[in-house]
Design a protein around this ligand. Structure first.
Ligand code: FES
Ligand SMILES: [Fe+2]
Length: 397
């Protein structure tokens, strides 16, 4: 098990070195990224098929299914999914479709002792087994064993729930996360409480919306009246994890981290209050972990290449009813929501307009934006291209 103090102190030491030198973690060189990747409908279709359907999806956390019988539905990727915790405490994932004639079994979230179809009242247990056929004598004799709900692969670990959208997919959370997993094991997200949730449906490609979570170069200018008040900006640590180095973590220090510079390490306190740790879990999750909260952002392709949906769920890592150093969970949620809404996503939407006008062949990611370079190269590999094949020639640059 990783030692949290050692992990956090190592981060601070790396930041302080950069602070002294006026540097930041960097890529070798700036990178030209072709803008058609944000506007091309054929690539968009490939992404939906290969990047989303072929990778496990982080759909929620253990506290979203607090008790036996708790359920929630997931419909963000075109496959209707029903997640249920059974009486043994195990999480099951089913196609949210009745085995009789396909009606949706549940909507939203809630608690149920069993699953009864609203259409003709067939009854299933929490493991998806068909138990009762309404008016069975007139329906006729069928072998119930062939009418269980369709199971989807699912795993719950470290308080996280991942689902595969193809019944034949095999995955494990540890294999998927690779060397990122020990960090989540160290924190374990099984006892958080949901503060609030918000959804955006915007005219922005899903990858463009993700970009805003990957660099601190914009903190000073774009967030001058919000995050820019306390974050250093343009100084970040970048680390890659997992198979193909597809996941990443960016540490964004606050100006307060400077107070640790002149203190001996054994006098450092509240170390985790001096930076923000933003994790990208391939292909579509941005997750900011702090001592008090987890800001969980799920991003999904919309109906067209230039549209997407983000769901933001804010979880509190301690008891919501307990005042935590004077921080009000709802005010915290509102602050983050407003920053993303009025600043990050405002700019993403106006960037999409300029990209969709199709006059500019490439955007450029600076050396100081290494996470963007890494993430977009992973997306290209995800649809079967190599970074070398990719695409600058296609736009004639
Ligand atoms: S569709 Fe479910 S019982 Fe008929
Ligand atoms: Fe931002």
């Amino acid at each position: 098990m990783l030692n949290e103090k050692e992990v956090l102190h190592a981060i601070v030491k790396r930041v302080l070195k950069h602070l002294d030198a006026g540097t930041t973690d960097s890529a070798e060189a700036p990178y030209r990224h072709p803008t058609w990747t944000y506007t091309d409908p054929a690539l968009f279709e490939q992404e939906r098929l290969k990047i989303f359907k072929e990778n496990p999806q982080l759909v929620g956390f253990s506290p979203d299914l607090p008790q036996p019988g708790s359920f929630f539905t997931f419909d963000d990727l075109g496959v209707p999914v029903l997640l249920v915790r059974d009486n043994e405490g195990k999480v099951n994932a089913f196609l949210n479709a009745c085995s009789h004639r396909g009606a949706r079994l549940k909507e939203g979230c809630g608690k149920a002792a069993a699953l009864s179809c609203p259409y003709h009242a067939w009854g299933f247990d929490l493991k998806g087994k068909l138990r009762t056929i309404y008016k069975e004598e007139s329906f006729g004799c069928v072998d119930k064993a062939y009418y269980n709900l369709v199971k989807l692969p699912v795993e719950e670990k470290y308080g996280m729930i991942f689902v595969g959208l193809d019944p034949d997919m095999k995955f494990s959370i540890d294999d998927h996360l690779g060397d990122l997993a020990p960090y989540f094991a160290m924190w374990d997200f099984s006892s958080m409480e949901l503060v609030n949730t918000h959804e955006w449906r915007l005219q922005t490609n899903w990858k463009l919306a993700l970009d805003t979570f990957c660099e601190g170069y914009h903190f000073g200018p774009l967030h001058k009246d919000s995050v820019g008040d306390y974050a250093i900006g343009n100084l970040s640590l970048f680390d890659r994890f997992g198979p193909g180095q597809r996941h990443h973590r960016v540490a964004f220090p606050n100006t307060s981290i400077g107070t640790l510079k002149d203190l001996p390490e054994d006098q450092w306190t509240d170390v985790f209050s001096h930076f923000q740790l933003v994790h990208f879990i391939y292909p579509n999750i941005s997750m900011l972990v702090s001592p008090t909260a987890v800001e969980f952002f799920q991003l999904y392709p919309g109906a067209t290449v230039d549209s997407h949906m983000t769901r933001y769920r804010c979880y509190w890592r301690s008891d919501l009813s307990r005042p935590d150093q004077g921080r009000d969970p709802q005010a915290h949620f509102e602050f983050i929501r407003e920053v993303v809404d009025k600043e990050d996503y405002w700019v993403s939407a106006n960037v999409q307009k300029s990209l969709s006008a199709n006059v500019k062949p490439f955007s450029t990611f600076g050396r100081n934006e290494p996470a963007l370079i890494n993430m977009h190269q992973a997306f290209l590999r995800g649809v079967g291209m190599t970074p070398e094949q990719a695409p600058l020639e296609k736009v004639g640059a």
